[in-house]
Design a protein around this ligand. Structure first.
Ligand code: COA
Length: 379
């Protein structure tokens, strides 16, 4: 117990640096975000998800040839083993889609050799298999749970494009595919957030990539993390119109409730991803001649800034982007997880590359030296 006395801690590990990393910089006071040194705006505007996944995994932007090969590799890994398809088919249709993703990731890893014996290349390969499989698992369950026939992946389509295709059964137009693609770039990585840290903890025991990403999905699905976009959609529906916003916000704050999609542990200013997604949400809503949800969201954003000085985060306007793509709120944490596989795999590789078991201390506040009472005498 005494060994912990001199070690400071903060609830929720706020402000605690938990390790070195070269994957991503989140500048919480400057509102800047970099993946492997590249500004998020440049990546969002110019790169596909596959390019960014390559950057995260291989620590450099791909050449045309490298990207072509990487796309081919990803597309080839889209076909799921039979036992994984069976697991998805056996899930009750009312299951939360993120739970199916979690179970699918786990089942994909059954029978895989001990990762600690693999080379970095072998581990990267497993990361690629998971990046490729996530959208397929998600789309298969979506179709089955809606009483629809599954749509097999199309190797010719890009990552986001193929996901939309498998969900809908028709190839999306280029603009829709690009909107989801950009959203996935924005969600691909974000330093030592809760799910990524959990991934790194799993790897630090020399467990395997599949176990690590299974852990990642389990952590991400909570409403304080990747589940927030679904909660935002539900909130917008509950608010219903711009005229209800002020009362909704003040009532929620008065009972110390949370406005979903607002606030962040690291950003003390705007979240640069939210700025990009807001523009995209506005553009898509105007194109559809339905700006109702955008206007409600915009008003909530303004009220939260005025009342609490809190900014919106990545999950706020992404829910409007997804809504404009005709995607159901139940899928929103899946989309986040599908994109984040790239960041998780990159962090797993980094952790393997310079590993030490992650094992923090706790600040014990319980009792000691209690008199032991034999079971027959206990009341
Ligand atoms: N709505 C209302 N108040 C909020 C808030 C929100 N979304 N986020 C933070 N706050 C307030 C808290 O009530 C608290 O106020 P107080 O000091 O007056 O009590 C203060 O801001 C600090 O909040 P706290 O929950 O301790 O911050 P955190 O760093 O632990 O939490 C989040 C960060 C992201 C978990 C938090 O902002 C949140 O729950 N947001 C909503 C969920 C969400 O959008 N998650 C996705 C994150 S990408």
């Amino acid at each position: 117990m005494d060994e912990n006395k001199d070690v400071g801690f903060k609830k929720g590990l706020e402000g605690i640096i938990a390790g070195d990393s070269k994957v991503c910089l989140v500048d919480g006071t400057g509102g800047r975000l970099y993946y492997r040194g590249y500004a998020i705006k440049d990546l969002a505007e110019n790169c596909s998800f596959e390019e960014v996944a390559y950057l995260l995994l291989y620590q450099k932007l791909p050449t045309v040839k490298e990207l072509k090969e990487f796309r081919k590799k990803l597309a080839a890994r889209r076909s799921l083993p039979k036992h994984v398809v069976k697991v998805i088919k056996d899930m009750p249709s009312a299951t939360n889609p993120a739970e199916v993703l979690r179970t699918g990731a786990s089942s994909l890893g059954s029978g895989i050799a001990d990762a600690s014996k693999l080379t970095a290349e072998g581990q990267t390969d497993h990361g690629i298999a998971l990046i490729a499989a996530f959208p397929v698992i998600s789309a298969y369950f979506y179709r089955l749970s809606h009483g629809l026939k599954i749509v097999k992946p199309d190797k010719k389509l890009g990552h986001a494009e193929n996901y939309l295709y498998m969900l809908r059964g028709t190839v999306p137009d280029a603009e829709e595919a690009r909107a989801l693609d950009m959203d996935m770039v924005l969600h691909a990585e974000h330093s030592f957030n809760a799910s990524t840290f959990a991934v790194r903890i799993t790897i630090s025991t020399l467990s395997d990539m599949y176990s690590a990403l299974t852990t990642g999905v389990g952590v991400l699905k909570g409403p304080l993390h990747g589940g927030a976009a679904t909660a935002v959609a539900e909130m917008l529906k509950e608010v219903g119109s711009v005229s209800n916003v002020d009362k909704y916000v003040s009532d929620t704050l008065a009972r110390h409730g949370k406005i979903m999609g607002v606030g962040h542990r690291v950003y003390r200013t705007y979240d640069p991803r939210a700025v990009i997604l807001k523009n995209e949400a506005r553009r898509l809503s105007e194109k559809k001649h339905d700006t109702r949800w955008f206007e409600i969201a915009d008003r909530i954003e303004g009220r939260m800034l005025a009342e609490k000085g809190l900014h919106t985060n990545v999950d706020f306007y992404s829910s409007i982007v997804y809504g404009n793509l005709g995607l159901e709120p139940g899928l929103y944490s899946d989309i986040f997880a599908i994109a984040r596989t790239a960041g998780w795999a990159a962090h797993a590789l980094e952790q393997y590359g310079d590993n030490r078991l992650i094992r923090p201390l706790d600040n014990y506040i319980g009792q000691v030296d209690l008199p032991f009472v034999p079971i027959k005498d206990r009341k």
